[in-house]
Design a protein around this ligand. Structure first.
Ligand SMILES: [Zn+2]
Length: 467
């Protein structure tokens, strides 16, 4: 009898130990920023997101996502709660299955995600994953590690990574062009953390965490041969379904919530609306009246006709730990949404609310990792062409080197929206060690090309990669 009791007690102890050790402990990464920085950056980026992306603005759908999200937020473990964070959920009227989070709490779910989800639990899985990125402060943690620009510019860099832009930052078919990408393209380790913490939050809220894994499977199948947009921000750390399932097994939930009448009625409502556009279609629509180049954020002046010739004196800049570049001393460094532009006074500004540059160079990084140089360059030019319908190739691409790496040099022509005049463009593209595509694009009006071409060429020659 005594022995049996001991055995029962022992079994109970083992079960509770197993439960505790079964849950993976998550530790927020080091972060040089304060939680108040997260709030400020996220708020700035959110204002921009809501201006640039097609928001659904449907009270019933937004209200539903808010309610599911709010219940998950209540179950964020105490150690990951931050004063001042405000978790909000909005729906973007885009077809792809995607979602993203900004520092400090603003979160966005694509309508496509709500439509493709088979259960409320699947929606909760995506939201819990995004909530975890916010709570673990992954955006600014990543910025702490990368830090190419000053803090005031990170908000726009984050934004560039999400919505892309035109020159230097388009969200194209699965390819996003951005330095800012560093801030939003979470590392695989952060992805894993968001999956694990997300699974724990789901279980605490009453959902079966395995539904997160099933939503991720739907997302990965969606792409059809092409990488789904979701994966460009949330790379698969590998064995995703397996470790989420394992975590879920340590988080048993009695009678988990799967479907709710709310879920059914929201899906019916979405089905009655006109179909959501794809990101590409939306970008095309929004880009009518778009300028040559995405822009120095905050510049409001129009580019002028009078632009000082490139100085013969030069200045060298280190762009984070990515590259070094030497440009004429009278060109300003304009860290933009998703790239960095160097242009003379009068050679950049805004047209119809869009930033453009007519003289100078812009450098950016595309995260397209899956193609060879030729193919990646094709995709980049196609992406530029979406917002620059007059963009044309002028001859065949030539092989050269930049920073010691094999490089394609492609000549293009365009009609500048700023001046209405023809402009010439030289595009240099090369793949970095990690497979991402680095580009340098030089622009000048047709009539000034003879003066600018050698300068643009010298700038390209000056590039040194720091990794
Ligand atoms: Zn993620």
């Amino acid at each position: 009898m005594t022995r049996q009791v001991s055995a029962a007690i022992l079994a109970a102890c083992m079960a509770s130990v197993a439960l505790v050790t079964g849950q993976t402990k998550v530790t927020a990464p080091d972060n040089n920023y304060s939680p108040a920085d997260d709030v400020k950056l996220g708020r700035e980026a959110a204002a921009e997101v809501e201006k640039q992306l097609p928001m659904l603005n449907d009270d019933r759908v937004d209200g539903y996502v808010e309610r599911v999200g709010a219940r998950l937020v209540e179950n964020i473990p105490a150690e990951f709660r931050h004063n001042g964070f405000r978790y909000t959920f909005d729906v973007v009227n885009l077809r792809e299955i995607n979602a993203f989070a900004l520092p400090g709490g603003p979160m966005y779910a694509h309508r496509g995600m709500l439509e493709k989800a088979r259960t409320e639990g699947e929606i909760a899985g995506v939201l819990a994953h995004e909530i975890s990125h916010v709570a673990l402060r992954h955006g600014t943690a990543q910025a702490s590690a990368a830090k190419p620009y000053q803090i005031g510019q990170i908000g726009s860099a984050i934004l560039g990574a999400i919505i892309g832009g035109k020159w230097g930052g388009v969200v194209s078919e699965g390819g996003q062009f951005a330095f800012g990408a560093a801030f939003l393209r979470y590392s695989r380790e952060y992805e894993r953390q968001a999956d694990i913490l997300g699974a724990q939050i789901m279980a605490r809220t009453g959902y079966d965490a395995r539904e997160m894994a099933s939503m991720f499977r739907t997302i990965e199948e969606e792409g059809g041969g092409r990488a789904p947009e979701w994966l460009s921000n949330h790379p698969n750390p590998g064995n995703r379904a397996e470790y989420i399932t394992r975590e879920a097994q340590s988080l048993p939930v009695q009678n988990p919530i799967r479907n709710t009448p709310d879920f059914e009625s929201v899906q019916t409502r979405l089905g009655q609306m006109p179909p959501a556009p794809s990101t590409e279609e939306a970008a095309r629509g929004a880009s009518s009246g778009e300028g040559t180049s995405r822009a120095p954020a905050g510049s409001t002046a129009r580019p002028s006709e009078r632009v000082e010739a490139p100085a013969s004196k030069t200045v060298t800049y280190n762009e984070g730990d990515v590259f070094r570049i030497t440009v004429p001393s009278n060109w300003r460094e304009l860290a933009s949404e998703a790239s960095v532009t160097f242009a003379p006074e009068g050679g950049y500004g805004a047209v119809n609310g869009n930033s453009v540059f007519t003289h100078g160079v812009q450098a950016g990084l595309s995260r397209n990792e899956t193609h060879g140089l030729e193919e990646a360059t094709e995709e980049l030019i196609a992406a530029f062409g979406q917002s620059n319908p007059q963009l044309r190739r002028a001859g065949k691409a030539a092989r050269t080197t930049m920073g010691g790496r094999t490089t394609l040099r492609t000549q293009l022509t365009n009609v500048s929206e700023a001046t209405g005049g023809r402009e010439r463009i030289m595009l240099y593209t090369t793949q970095l060690k990690d497979g991402s595509l680095f580009y340098l694009v030089g622009v000048a009006p047709d009539g000034e090309w003879n003066a600018y071409q050698p300068v643009i060429n010298r700038v390209a020659t000056s590039i040194r990669f720091l990794q």
